[in-house]
Design a protein around this ligand. Structure first.
Ligand SMILES: [Zn+2]
Length: 168
């Protein structure tokens, strides 16, 4: 198993438009205590233009096959394949590309877990070069989104974590 990849707090932050960041945070808060997941699409020079929510079907996977899927949607995500295909069609019809995959962590923190890396590196994963955005939310309903990070591949294909910020 791979080690979890942390956010390097000394690395330069990646700017994500406030409107997009707000949409991601809203999704994470609405689905809590389950993890949310989805896709972000854009074009070169405007990478983060649209957010597409996808359903997290991990609880269903877990109920159908608890050996293969030991966790439910509170501790993991499985992006609905139906939703992924639907989004992909819409993104392509707009002349855009999927630039990032996002999901949330509930009551833990921002890092790319071994499972998250396994998902991104899986041979059937349709967006191998996309960035991975992770949002951390608290477990209590009064909590807000605590932190966000973005994980992008370096020259040798390893994910590196950087902080996220909205431009002023
Ligand atoms: Zn994760």
């Amino acid at each position: 198993m791979s080690e979890p990849i942390p956010v390097d707090s000394h690395a330069a932050a990646v700017e994500i438009p406030g409107r997009i960041l707000n949409e991601l945070c809203s999704h994470a808060l609405e689905t809590r205590p389950e993890e949310c997941c989805g896709l972000v699409a854009g074009v070169e020079g405007d990478r983060f233009r649209h957010v597409y929510r996808c359903r997290n079907t991990m609880t269903l996977q877990h109920q159908n096959d608890p050996v293969a899927y030991p966790r439910d949607a509170r501790q993991a995500y499985y992006m609905s394949e139906v939703d992924t295909l639907r989004v992909l069609e819409e993104v392509e019809s707009r002349g855009e590309a999927v630039t990032a995959v996002y999901h949330s962590h509930v009551a833990t923190g921002v890092y790319l877990s071994a499972m998250d890396q396994g998902f991104a590196d899986h041979e059937l994963f349709p967006f191998p070069t996309a960035a991975q955005i992770v949002l951390a939310v608290g477990a209590n309903t009064i909590d807000r989104v605590l932190a966000a990070g973005i994980f992008e591949r370096d020259a040798i294909g390893q994910f590196r974590g950087r902080p996220v910020e909205a431009p002023l």
